[in-house]
Design a binder for this molecule. Structure first.
Ligand code: Z5A
Length: 230
């Protein structure tokens, strides 16, 4: 059976990375992993991210996020670098893994490009859509979890970590536009994008995500919901 691509999206500091790791552990602890493996539906669960999910992508990520480039990165150059990272990721990693029945948890994907380069930088949304199609070859997520958090709270969380990368340093109105982008995407694609309230404590956010994942596993694999242990 083909694998599934589950994407975590949202503004900086919304807790994607934290929740992606918690979901990975919960998949094992809850018993879903052993159940789906025993039935032959899923071979393994892996985590990855954009930008930076491949060796080439790690280098592209450095270019995109480092603050030390003397000249300002132009918006279209930035857009094309994200697209290059994605094309490598899809063809070199995601698609082969999906053919091996892998369940993939991915930190950011195409909606980030629409939200950041489209709504944030103001690049034409049609152009971004065309470029996303080229970079993905049509591969869409099976489920996108949008961790909805207001931009200020997210930025305050990341600032506590210390140094800010090139994008985190952008002014707050940029981050508001990005948040607006995610909001509109969720309204436009309710079948694919599920809203998660990312403002409560980590454990409460995790519970919302686990409920959605349990429901999706039942739907995708036709197995009865099991009682979560984790
Ligand atoms: N980008 C783009 O522009 N276009 C694209 O197409 C793509 C990406 C794919 C890097 O992404 C940048 O790439 C990003 C968008 C751009 N812009 N920036 N900067 P990234 O995903 O690698 O980096 P990020 O968005 O900055 O992620 P992050 O800062 O690591 O945030 P996060 O993953 O959402 O949050 P976290 O690391 O899980 O948590 C942040 C902190 O909050 C941490 O101290 C946690 O302990 C804390 N936290 C987490 N959950 C909670 C709750 N519930 N309450 C309180 N505190 C919490």
């Amino acid at each position: 059976m083909r694998g599934k691509l589950i994407v975590f999206e949202g503004v900086e500091g919304c807790g994607k990375t934290t929740q992606l790791k918690r979901s990975q552990q919960w998949f094992i602890d809850s018993g879903w992993q052993s159940l789906l493996q025993a039935k032959g539906y899923v071979s393994q669960l892996i985590t990855t991210r954009e930008p930076g999910g491949t060796d080439l992508g790690v280098k592209v990520r450095q270019l995109l996020l480092e603050q030390s480039i003397a000249e300002a990165m132009q918006s279209r150059a930035e857009l094309l670098l994200y697209a290059a990272d994605r094309a490598q990721h899809v063809d070199g990693y995601l698609t082969p893994q999906l053919h091996q029945s892998t369940l993939i948890l991915c930190d950011r994907y195409t909606d980030s490009t629409i939200a950041y380069q489209g709504y944030g930088r103001g690049i034409d949304l049609k152009l971004i859509s065309q470029l996303n199609d080229i970079a993905t070859g049509g591969l869409e997520s099976d489920l996108t979890l949008w961790l909805d958090l207001d931009a200020e709270t997210g930025l305050a969380r990341t600032r506590q970590r210390g140094t800010l990368d090139r994008i985190e340093q952008a002014d707050v109105s940029f981050h508001h536009r990005v948040q607006q982008g995610f909001t509109e995407l969720a309204q436009r694609y309710p079948q694919r994008i599920t809203h998660i309230d990312a403002s409560p404590p980590e454990t409460e956010v995790a519970e919302q995500i686990q409920a959605v994942l349990s429901q999706k596993f039942s739907e995708w694999y036709g197995v009865e919901r099991i009682k979560d242990k984790g």
